[in-house]
Design a protein around this ligand. Structure first.
Ligand SMILES: *[C@@H]1O[C@H](CO)[C@@H](O)[C@H](O)[C@H]1NC(C)=O
Length: 500
């Protein structure tokens, strides 16, 4: 009886806010203005760029780096090192980036609470400069250790960015643009991977002389951020709900909306504040044990893992050999891979618009469902290419469709979903766990990938058929639609779900 009563009140609270939300939506329709765009670019370009650039930068100059490491090791010992040990050092340099990401991810909550989102992002650039100096001097110092250390440091920076930037983006955007603005984080990642691959070509900076410049260039977006972000305000939600500074929050919101008429939105934040007061300071322990918080936490962690285990790495890995099979020469295969990157960018732009029209859940379902079917067809087609060589063209088409499906939602939505599912008091801690989970999954996929491929070859795609189907079902059953809903309405959804 008691529980039934509680459910009713919660539902009526939910509807009350709903009406307010609808009114709100009207006045926020013209939410996009020059200043908001400036804040989006200043925060996303300077942060997400590190994440994408350093993910993609090691791809093309692999051979150059391997021979440098071999030479450094040989110079020290006087004998030519074994290929195996050189490969291990190189693999460590590549993968330690993800270990840094885990460390940075888990620190997100502390930094976001202690310094705020904006100052946290700004301070994080110190790590970029240290890493850039190490990258730039590793060759002169003949030290692969310095190079590995730099990869770790830029990893920590990227992990922090992956938590702080989507949080800032989600908190500064009007409710009807939250998904689109949040997607900008992934958009900049896809662009910067492409930039890294282009600069890393042997015609550009991927040469024995110039690779230190290629890696040190990661400082450029940091400089850009230091020059632009100070002009933007701190997240109004952080100012009001975490610091209790109402005047400053109002000023920040006025700046971001390009209007002094921010009363309604401020009131809405205060309503969230009242809910927060009931649940002060959410710790990791509380997240794991409180039932109302546990459901959204599981969803966030799940979509993070799903993003990494969807098979995107496998598709990119096999694409080169698929392209070669269909008659493309080595170089053209590299360019075809970059073509895939370009499709990823274009489709992420499309999804940025779709996410506010079709909604998050629809796009996640479309993406994971599409990838499940696509990998199934790919498994079949790849098996029959030896009998019917023309099927390799079908494989190419399937690879491109896969990228489109990935970029339609699974690539971008996980980053900002955590900011949508939790209120102010739980958001930073939840982001810590979610971002750390993403980097851990990323790291494990990187480790397990080659051994599994050696063992089962292209049958590896069967694993992704099963996984994507599983992700589809979970999202269908558990993930709520968050489009155009206030954080409070979303919390109310989970409370209702709990009592159902
Ligand atoms: C190895 O030693 C040679 C001779 O001293 C030097 O020219 C070369 O730059 C060294 N290589 C590296 C990678 O430090």
């Amino acid at each position: 009886m008691g529980k039934g009563g509680e459910k009713m009140t919660l539902q009526s609270v939910g509807t009350g806010i709903d009406n307010g939300g609808k009114k709100q939506e009207h006045s926020l329709k013209k939410g996009l203005n020059g200043k908001l765009i400036f804040a989006i670019i200043a925060s996303a370009l300077g942060s997400s760029f590190q994440h994408g650039y350093n993910t993609g930068v090691t791809n093309n100059p692999e051979k150059v780096l391997l021979s440098w490491i071999s030479e450094v090791m040989g110079n020290r010992t006087g004998i030519v090192p074994e290929e195996g040990s050189v490969t291990i050092v190189y693999a460590l340099a590549v993968s330690i980036f993800c270990v840094g990401g885990m460390i940075g991810g888990v620190s997100t909550g502390f930094i976001a609470n202690r310094f705020g989102r904006k100052k946290g992002l700004l301070l994080n650039n110190i790590l970029v400069f240290i890493a850039a100096i190490f990258f730039g001097s590793a060759k002169a110092a003949a030290s692969h250790e310095l190079f590995i250390l730099a990869r770790l440091i830029i990893g920590v920076n990227s992990g922090l960015n992956a938590g702080l930037a989507p949080m800032y983006l989600a908190e500064i955007s009007p409710i009807n643009l939250r998904g689109a603005v949040g997607s900008v984080y992934q958009l900049v990642i896809t662009i910067s991977i492409l930039v890294a691959q282009a600069l890393g070509l042997k015609y550009a900076l991927g040469t024995p002389e110039h690779w230190p410049v290629l890696f040190a260039l990661t400082a450029v977006p940091a400089i850009f951020q230091i020059l632009t972000l100070p002009f933007c305000p701190e997240s109004p939600k952080y100012l009001l709900l975490s610091k209790g500074k109402e005047m400053e929050a109002q000023k920040a919101l006025g700046w971001l909306r390009g209007s002094l008429q921010v009363h309604e939105e401020l009131e809405q934040m205060k309503a969230e504040n009242d809910a927060v007061k009931l649940l002060p300071k959410v710790t990791v322990r509380e997240l794991l044990t409180n039932r109302v918080l546990r459901i959204p936490l599981i969803i966030c962690l799940f979509v993070m893992v799903a993003q990494q285990l969807s098979g995107i790495n496998a598709v990119i890995f096999f694409s080169t050999s698929i392209f070669q099979q269909s008659g493309l020469k080595d170089d053209s295969a590299t360019f075809a891979t970059m073509g895939m990157g370009a499709i990823n960018v274009l489709m992420t732009i499309v999804s940025l618009v779709l996410v506010e029209k079709a909604g998050r859940k629809t796009l996640l379902l479309l993406g994971f469902g599409g990838m499940a079917i696509d990998t199934l067809l790919l498994t079949i087609a790849m098996n029959f290419t030896s009998i019917e060589p023309n099927l390799s063209y079908l494989c190419i088409v399937l690879v491109f469709i896969y990228i489109i499906m990935f970029a339609s939602g699974p690539g971008s939505i996980p980053w900002f979903l955590v900011a949508e599912l939790f209120n102010q008091s739980a958001r930073p801690t939840a982001a810590s766990l979610a971002v750390c989970t993403n980097w851990t999954a990323n790291f494990l996929v990187g480790l397990a990938f080659l051994p599994i491929i050696k063992a089962i070859g292209p049958y590896v795609f069967i694993i992704f058929v099963a996984l994507n189907a599983l992700f589809f079902l979970f999202i269908y059953k558990k993930v709520p639609e968050t489009k155009n809903k206030t954080v409070e309405e979303i919390s109310a959804l989970f409370k209702q779900q709990m009592y159902e």
